[in-house]
Design a protein around this ligand. Structure first.
Ligand code: MN
Length: 297
C-alpha cells in the first residue's frame, strides 16, 4: 500500500460540459482552483459521439500559440490539417503532437472514410519560456511504447513511465500515459511530480476515493506510489509533471504571460497578417470576440 506515511489526499474536481466543433466534451482542465498540472493546462474528454464520413470533429481553422496540442483517440478516426502543410490521419493508439511556439493554425476534420463512434482526449501543454517564442512544429507517432504492469496495459504518450520513454518531444519534465486497467494495480509515481487522473471509461478507486468520467483526481507532489482499483475494466489518462515554472494567462486558444501578448495574437488572427499561416480546409475559419480588456484598433 502507498498510503503509509504522509501521502496527500486525492482532490476531486468536476469537469465542465462544453461543445467543441460538433462534439460534446467534458473539460477537466482548466477549472476554477485547478489551472495546471505540471505543464498540462487543458484537457477535453471528447465523445463518445457518432460521426459520419462528412461530419466529425468539424473544428475549422483556428490559431494557437505558446502550447502543444496532444490528440489521442480511443475509438474512431480524425484528420488533422495545419499551417505547416501537414495533413495527418489519426487512429486509436496514435499520437498527434503539434507545437505552436510563436504561432500555428490547424483544423480537425472528418476523414471522408470513417463513420461510427469517436472518442478521445485533447490535451494542451504550456510551453516554457525557453521554447514558447520559437517556430511551430508537428509530430505524428503511429506507434507508441506499451508496457504491462500485472493486469494493466500502459501506453506512454509523452515522457517516461516505468523506465519506458515516448519518442514525442517534450519541453518540460512531464508524462502522459493511457492506462487500461482490469483489476488492482500499484503505479510508481515521481515524488517531485503532481498528477491528474482522468477516467475515460469505467470506474476506479484511488486509495479509496472513487473516480469516474466527468471528474479529475489531483494528487500533489510527495507520493511515490498509488494503488488503483478498477471495479470494471477502466481506461484512465494519467498526466503528471513538475509544477509549471510560472503563472500562465490562457485566453481562447492562446497560452501567454500577459494581456499584451494575447492582444497581439488576437490582432494577428483578425488581420490574417501571416503569423498563423494558412490552413487548407473546406471548413470556415473560426473567429472569436475580442478580450474584454482589448481596445479597438
Ligand atoms: Mn486546436
Amino acid at each position: 500500500m502507498s498510503s503509509v506515511g504522509c501521502m496527500a489526499p486525492l482532490e476531486v474536481t468536476d469537469s465542465r460540459p462544453a461543445t467543441v466543433g460538433a462534439i460534446h466534451v467534458r473539460r477537466a482542465l482548466p477549472r476554477k482552483g485547478r489551472r495546471t498540472v505540471g505543464a498540462w493546462c487543458f484537457a477535453d474528454h471528447m465523445g463518445p459521439a457518432q460521426v459520419t464520413k462528412e461530419h466529425g470533429l468539424d473544428i475549422g481553422p483556428h490559431p494557437h500559440m505558446g502550447l502543444q496540442t496532444v490528440t489521442y483517440l480511443v475509438s474512431g478516426e480524425a484528420l488533422h490539417h495545419d499551417s505547416l502543410g501537414t495533413e495527418q490521419l489519426i487512429t486509436p493508439g496514435q499520437l498527434n503532437l503539434m507545437t505552436a511556439g510563436q504561432g500555428v493554425s490547424h483544423s480537425e476534420e472528418a476523414t471522408g472514410q470513417y463513420e461510427g463512434s469517436l472518442q478521445g482526449i485533447q490535451l494542451w501543454i504550456a510551453q516554457p519560456d525557453a521554447t514558447r517564442h520559437l517556430a511551430p512544429a508537428f509530430e505524428h507517432h503511429g506507434e507508441l511504447p506499451r508496457i504491462e504492469l500485472s493486469d494493466t496495459k500502459a501506453t506512454v504518450l509523452v515522457g517516461e513511465f516505468c523506465g519506458v520513454s515516448s519518442p514525442a518531444r517534450h519541453d518540460t519534465a512531464l508524462m502522459g500515459v493511457e492506462l487500461q486497467i482490469n483489476n488492482r494495480v500499484s503505479l510508481p509515481l515521481r515524488s517531485d511530480f503532481e498528477y491528474a487522473f482522468i477516467v475515460l471509461e469505467g470506474v476506479i478507486a484511488l486509495d479509496g476515493t472513487s473516480l469516474e468520467p466527468g471528474h479529475l483526481g489531483y494528487l500533489a507532489p510527495a507520493s511515490d506510489e498509488i494503488e488503483l482499483d478498477a471495479f470494471e475494466p477502466a481506461r484512465v489518462m494519467l498526466l503528471g509533471g513538475i509544477p509549471f515554472e510560472s503563472e500562465i494567462l490562457m485566453w481562447w486558444n492562446f497560452v501567454a504571460r500577459s494581456r499584451t501578448e494575447v492582444d497581439q495574437a488576437f490582432d494577428s488572427w483578425c488581420d490574417d497578417d501571416g503569423r498563423f499561416g494558412e490552413v487548407v480546409s473546406h471548413l470556415e475559419r473560426i473567429n472569436t470576440p475580442a478580450p474584454f480588456w482589448h481596445s479597438p484598433h
